[in-house]
Design a protein around this ligand. Sequence first.
Ligand code: NCD
Ligand code: ZN
Length: 349
Amino acid sequence: MSGGPQIITLRRPDDWHLHLRDGAMLDTVLPYSADCFGRAIIMPNLVPPVTDTAMALAYRERITRALPEGASFQPLMTGYLTDQTDADEIERGYGSGVLAAMKLYPAGATTHSDAGVTDMGRVGGVLARMEKIGMPLLVHGEVVGDDVDVFDREAVFIERVLAPTLQSFAGLKVVLEHVTTAEGVAFVRDGAATIGATITAHHLMINRNALFAGGIRPHMYCLPVAKRERHRLALRQAATSGEACFFLGTDSAPHPASDKESACGCAGIFSAPAAIGLYAQVFEEEGAIEHLEAFASLNGPRFYGLPANEDTITLERRPWPVPERLAAGPDEIIPFAAGEDVAWRVVEE
Ligand code: NCD
Ligand code: ZN
């Protein structure tokens, strides 16, 4: 591996799926993303959720105030779709440039999704409006309910919910967020140019065995949960192919360690500190480092109809250890790959 390039320069990447939280947690985690990424799509699953334009604007201001001096990071805000979302309201939010997209959480599917959509029939009017104005729908693609095995929830969602939705709203722009299955990859690849998917670094690196390696591993637990090895391999092939429909979205989702190391630990993997280095490592392992820029810096903006970033970042092949833990106010966060070496680091310019 070390026979390959030692330095890579690419257009500054963006993170098309990111949880920044609020308050002390926001202060702790934001610099890791702002250091490397030019923009990020900010998830709206706060408590209470960011359901309208005014809340998104207020949250954007809190993020901007928390930015380190001189950072040029741009948060792209999303609204949390509920059964009550008002089509006129979000059209105004999209038109004014505050809302970049709406996020669909099926109610009960993941962390802070209780206010999510209970039945797609209830949001038909909103989806029709989004289709008309070109506003993207970002999808947490898992069905809920005990009748479906947790490892099958994405594949079943595609069959029962996503495919029928796209039949009714063929022009709707949709991102299947944090795709985790071969079925998801195939669906997006075979779909129209209006369908894309984000892929996380951790789903490229771990399969479901990582959750049980020598004992239960709460810091490897996220939703959608990591799947079998064949799915990880399909994700690696998709991400490193350079195909326009696949782009970078870390789903970096910090939680206090005590909430994860519990009898009912919550879902979410915090990958921001090492994210771009982890992706670079995967692309290098797949012999596809020349496609990293498409995945990290070009495909996402093209999908969202935005220009690629003008400036660049440089990565150097020099291993560095991911911190074991980070302080966030009174809490601690354990990052993904804590204490392990990542092969690539961002060179300060
Ligand atoms: C996310 C979170 O913690 O907000 N958790 C996760 O496991 N990915 C929610 C989400 O994106 O599903
Ligand atoms: Zn997420």
